[in-house]
Design a protein around this ligand. Structure first.
Ligand SMILES: [Zn+2]
Length: 168
């Protein structure tokens, strides 16, 4: 699931950085040239503690931070960019199934067994362990596709979604 947070990550907000920039350079800023008292609470994150960033560079700075932070090797997830991944025009149920497949999570027999909601993790095809990887690339019960198909939401990915959306 952590991988889906690439859609939105509050740690990558740059508002504080642009505020710091204003405070340092704008004569009209109420805290211009103000010298701060020592912070009393470590838990408080004031904008004065962050690196300052020019407002017009905030978006590229945020993307840079995001690229540094995002170390996923999952090819099904798009590289950090401030747009929703492909497939956003799908119906909600299909969109959810697509994103479950991208993140490799879902109500597969293996997961349901782990949650004690199924007596075993068997797949209807006969495989002993129905994991997301199994139904994506091995299962004889449905179509297969690659991480690239998932990322680009190709016809192959949509055929897979149609087959599995009510099952996982
Ligand atoms: Zn199977």
């Amino acid at each position: 699931m952590a991988e889906l947070t690439t859609l939105y990550n509050p740690n990558l907000q740059t508002h504080g950085s642009t505020e710091k920039q204003k405070q340092e350079t704008d004569l009209r800023h109420p805290l211009f040239e103000y010298s701060y008292p020592r912070a009393r609470l470590k838990s408080r994150k004031s904008f004065r503690t962050v690196e300052s960033v020019q407002p017009d560079q905030a978006a590229s700075h945020r993307l840079e931070l995001w690229n540094t932070w995002d170390n996923t090797t999952n090819e099904a997830i798009q590289l950090p960019k401030e747009q929703l991944p492909s497939g956003r025009e799908l119906q909600r149920k299909d969109w959810v199934t697509l994103n479950r497949a991208r993140a490799k999570v879902g109500k597969t027999a293996s997961t349901m067994h782990k949650w004690k909601l199924r007596p075993n993790s068997e797949c209807p095809c006969g495989n002993q362990n129905q994991t997301m990887d199994h139904i994506l690339s091995e299962c004889t019960e449905g179509p297969h596709y690659t991480d690239q198909d998932l990322r680009d939401c190709t016809d192959a990915a949509q055929a897979w979604i149609t087959h599995w959306r009510d099952k996982i």
